[in-house]
Write a protein that binds this ligand. Structure first.
Ligand code: DGL
Length: 285
């Protein structure tokens, strides 16, 4: 990352930018809101161009750069790449280019997995792009080279969640289709390496049972953000309970398409009321 040249005093009260290809990143925003209730959030979901998981690295980087430029117009003090695919393929480049702190979900998720495994065998599920990138195996290997990692792409999980079919009976069949090899393997920790998958956590746990710990990088990412903001003197002081709720209501959500549908979903999972989701023409950035 290039040198940070922020005016710390004025930046402490600035919002944190969070982005994802769509609604899955709200699972990360939710953890940030819970852990850091004093922080304002500007969230962007690229609902017009989701999914990223089946796109090339160049395209994912192009989209991610546009979103970073948009978030910077909101004067964010830090950015959370709340998308495994963008974290895997765009974050290393974004980190070189940006002048504010930035964090993705892969490194926190890899640390959580390395901590969770007792047998030294970890599974990772994610989009085709994330699994093919081999990023989790690389980062987990850097933490502990004795840990073995197997990856499995589950491309149909995202559209099932997007369609609101997470609890449909078909979902169990799909989980069996993708995860039977994981169930039969010797892994004892499975990274939910796509921000939509925590929304399937209950169903996946029902299928795999207690022997495999499910690792959701979202919480670790919120912890990582806390550490990063603290390191740069950018943590906003906690307020009283009354003010906190008021403060959290400052979560501003933007999408590139279908704001009403997004608002409905956001209100079903976030700990704050979202009154409005605005549409942005992201191609302008
Ligand atoms: N949010 C993406 C991720 O975490 C999944 C959806 C997509 O393919 O864009 O990888």
């Amino acid at each position: 990352m290039s040198e940070i040249t922020l005016d710390h005093k004025s930046m402490v009260n600035a919002p944190v930018g969070v982005f994802d290809s769509g609604l899955g990143g709200l699972t990360v925003a939710r953890e940030i809101m819970r852990l850091l209730p004093a922080e304002d959030i500007v969230y962007f979901g690229d609902t017009a161009r989701v999914p990223y998981g089946s796109k090339s690295k160049d395209t994912i980087l192009y989209f991610s750069r546009q979103i970073v430029r948009f978030l910077k117009t909101k004067n964010v003090k830090a950015i959370v790449v709340a998308c495994n695919t963008a974290s895997a393929l765009a974050l290393p480049t974004l980190r070189e280019e940006i002048d504010i702190p930035i964090i993705g979900v892969v490194e926190p998720g890899a640390h959580a997995a390395a901590k969770a495994t007792k047998t030294g065998h970890v599974g990772v599920i994610g989009t085709q792009a994330t699994v093919s990138s081999g990023i989790y195996a690389k980062v987990i290997g850097e933490i502990d080279e004795t840990i073995s990692v197997i990856g499995k792409a589950c491309p149909l999980f995202v559209p099932m969640v997007e369609e609101g079919l997470a609890d449909h009976p078909m979902m169990m069949q799909m989980i069996d289709y993708y995860l039977s090899s994981i169930k039969e393997s010797n892994v004892d920790a499975l990274v939910l390496g796509c921000t939509h998958y925590p929304l399937l956590r209950g169903r996946i746990h029902e299928y795999l049972g207690d022997a495999i710990t499910l690792v959701n990088p979202a919480y670790e990412t919120a912890m990582g953000l806390k550490g990063l903001l603290g390191k740069h003197g950018l943590l906003r002081p906690e307020k009283s309970a009354g003010e906190t709720q008021k403060n959290q209501a400052a979560a501003n959500l933007y999408v590139s398409d279908l704001p009403e549908r997004f608002k409905e979903f956001a209100n079903s999972i976030l700990p704050v009321d979202i009154e409005r989701v605005k549409t942005v023409n992201i191609e302008q950035f």
